[in-house]
Design a protein around this ligand. Sequence first.
Ligand code: GLN
Length: 545
Amino acid sequence: MSDKTKFIFITGGVVSSLGKGLASASLASILQARGFKVRMRKLDPYLNVDPGTMSPYQHGEVYVTDDGAETDLDLGHYERFSGVACHKTDSITSGKIYQRVIDKERHGDYLGATIQVVPHVTNEIKDFILSDISDEDFVLCEIGGTVGDIEGQPFLEAIRQVAYDLGRDRAMFIHVTLLPYIPTAGELKTKPTQHSVKKLQEYGIQPDMVLCRSQCPIPQNEKKKIALFCNIREENVIAALDVDNIYQVPVAYSHEGMDRQVCKHFGIECDGDPDLSKWEKIVDIIRHPAGEVKIAVVGKYMQLLEAYKSIHEALVHGGIANKYKVKIKWVDSELLEKSEPDIYLSDVSGILVPGGFGQRGTNGKIEAVKYARENNIPFLGICYGMQMAVIETMRDVAGVANAYTTELNPNCEPVVGLMTEWEKDGDKEKRTQDGDLGGTMRLGAYPCILAKDSLVRKIYGTDKISERHRHRYEVNIKYEKQLNDAGMVITGKSPDGRLPEIVEIPAHPWFIGVQFHPELKSKPFDPHPLFVSFVKAAIDKQNKK
Ligand code: GLN
């Protein structure tokens, strides 16, 4: 680590779901616009080793990095806003920290000591914060949860110590809070922010900046009050007003002087304004699209759309590239099991079936695939969605009625089955039928070879790609001939030719299923080619209607 690397710690108070991840990612992007090199990290105080085994209803989508870490969805914001790829070393939980401490204790590494939260757990957190950093100017560390949570205490103690060790000229604390608006009083209330900062001070942390989420502009006298009671410079009370789209946030924060004040904190000279033209361009397209196209996402986690965060964003990016607004129609796949799909899908110009696990809603997903295939509606199947597409063709075109996945029925025709052995970087990875569920999927980036003359080769403009995976089951290559005869071609395979990665139906205007998750790599200023092409196909379909 270079001794010029500076650390910015972002905590949250008052309530959860304040968008700390988005705030951190936006700050990173404006610092980048000022020419700094940034790195972003998330410290989650919950006891799961990673969010991989959590229901999407608990924590939204599980984001996967190239190196195969299953992480919080905030890392998705980090990558989308900064373009900097996150690694395993950028995501930690209490579960992982305790696992490391206990492993060391069992191994005898502590030489007879009594193992305690301070210093053993806090030291492990500090090691994580300071590890794997090279020449970054800023490392932004977001602490999950809300100040006052019991699990969060060791993390607050650890960041306090890091700031103590490095000196305050290399560390900064930013606290994100909420100013609730009380309509009957016609006022924004600062008291919860004052209390939250007091709580932070109890842990020995004096925030250098507060970022106040608010639904309306914050009067200067209220900013003054927050500054005085929270012991913060008035210019460092930053308003974070609600905006109509998230890509406006970097511009809004910079307008409020956030980056200037951060630089000032560290004694860095900063002349002029950062170049935020790429963000302004994106916001302009979102606000003034050439048209609108409706695309259905047929999934099962409809009560918490955070479960499909990256898919949502990737569709928005595909829209931006085509200068169109993508209107997403969220369709609960179980509804397609109870009534005619036409009722829900006749008004859309594209159908996307995302990833998923388990039985619930799968028959509805298969119905959605069938509807897209038979009605020539552009179709993108992702992971489970691709597996369902293969099952649909095997059943409805090839006539294999019990074609299914062994995930749901071990006695089916196993078109999709459990992979017990595969290659990663030249080594063999193995799993067993009754092995652990946590961290044992085929995870992270794998290469894929695209077939000559395929649609995907045209879309990607290359014959070798790398995409991120998160799944346990695979389409079995032995059904290739049967699928071909039924009009479905495997156009992407692992380099050894054993694992189908992409399927297409050449006779259909746009029908692609991918075993990987392209949505994880899409960025507003670097949209994923599959999403650009899918949205374009949907626009073409709509214009033909
Ligand atoms: N349940 C499927 C599998 O494990 C698909 C997973 C996914 O969609 N991410 O293979």
